[in-house]
Design a binder for this molecule. Sequence first.
Ligand SMILES: NCCCC(=O)N[C@@H](Cc1c[nH]cn1)C(=O)O
Ligand SMILES: [Zn+2]
Ligand SMILES: [Zn+2]
Length: 478
Amino acid sequence: LPPALLEKVFQYIDLHQDEFVQTLKEWVAIESDSVQPVPRFRQELFRMMAVAADTLQRLGARVTSVDMGSQQLPDGQSLPIPPVILAELGNDPTKGTVCFYGHLDVQPADQGDGWLTDPYVLTEVDGKLYGRGATDNKGPVLAWINAVSAFRALEQDLPVNIKFIIEGMEEAGSVALEELVEKEKNRFFSGVDYIVISDNLWISQRKPAITYGTRGNSYFTVEVKCRDQDFHSGTFGGILHEPMADLVALLGSLVDSSGHILVPGIYDEVALLTEEEINTYKAIHLDLEEYRNSSRVEKFLFDTKEEILMHLWRYPSLSIHGIEGAFDEPGAKTVIPGQVIGKFSIRLVPHMNVSVVEKQVTRHLEDVFSKRNSSNKMVVSMTLGLHPWIANINDTQYLAAKRAIRTVFGTEPDMIRDGSTIPIAKMFQEIVHKSLVLIPLGAVDDGEHSQNEKINRWNYIEGTKLFAAFFLEMAQLH
Ligand SMILES: NCCCC(=O)N[C@@H](Cc1c[nH]cn1)C(=O)O
Ligand SMILES: [Zn+2]
Ligand SMILES: [Zn+2]
């Protein structure tokens, strides 16, 4: 490494940190909510993408804003999809090319829901920068841009060619992104050597991490219908096969009280556990008591760190999310819902297969339902099938990320997986066939999707340095 150059870059980042925070403040102020399908937020999303495109252009990047067409909503309306930004900085054939994926849309946020500050006004309290999107994902996207801008401002050649793919619909399921990745496979992505995503968190407040796997997700609805109108339970209670009773039995048949999934065959393809793998969980520092207390949970299903990590990362889990059509208001309404839809999902792990899981779940629910001799109609649908992703941690960029973390934080990273799903990870692996690494910047308590989301100033600024050091390491190792 050229330590003198890195030293200069780090100094630049320290000196300009207030400007970096100010830009984050300007980006957080844009209410780029992709989840609520209303014209006002769509306009904000378009504004967000235009601001980002302009920032990248001013850095000297060649920027294309790809028109993504429109989104059909269930009520028949349609809304425009914000453009995806494809940007390129440098195309020196002697250098490696690293592509960064990020998103600039955010989850909904309303101050009335328990935010202590206005979610769209980045507010610093004790080194914590509170605001919607601060950690998910505007802060990390800006950290990458800040790192590039430091090299630019110091008139230093970028150590690697850089590409960006930045979208505005991630929180709504990355609408139409897969088609774009497929279309650009032999164009934009053809010169890419490595892909980096920074859209998850460490499992600690202070210790950095590298993520090498995520779970997938199969999302199901199970509809039970008697008729398309509710009943009075005094007039019909006692003579009906009640849809809600059927549905509760169906949902109750899915998982036992120890978290074991009861769908026959579901564990058949789960990767076998080796001693070597157990050791990777042992190496991770996780204070279970602190984790439990900060989660405000009385007791988890498992008592050891290793079991907890394995059940979050390398075993499937089944969660029941809700029931459409159920009476869920305060008060004592004496209703029998005529039609209900249960929603649940299974987090998938290597080597489970989405279509096999779909068949197993459907067969199981049909079995349970037929034993009830109900006259109602049941329809099972898998509405989302997202594959799990796992990487080879011996790839060059894992080594580069580890070395960069040592330089900036003076420690070894936790090598972690993520229990949630980053759909684009598997898409990149399957479609683009390039090595992908997840380098999270945010701390475990950042509260993505939650009230009072934040990124620590320290994580944001040291994260910017981490990306700068990563560019140099990649240049050396490529
Ligand atoms: N830490 C990154 C989390 C990203 C995230 O929340 N992803 C969603 C994606 C998804 C899965 N099923 C439906 N959407 C998640 O719930 O894992
Ligand atoms: Zn995100
Ligand atoms: Zn998110």
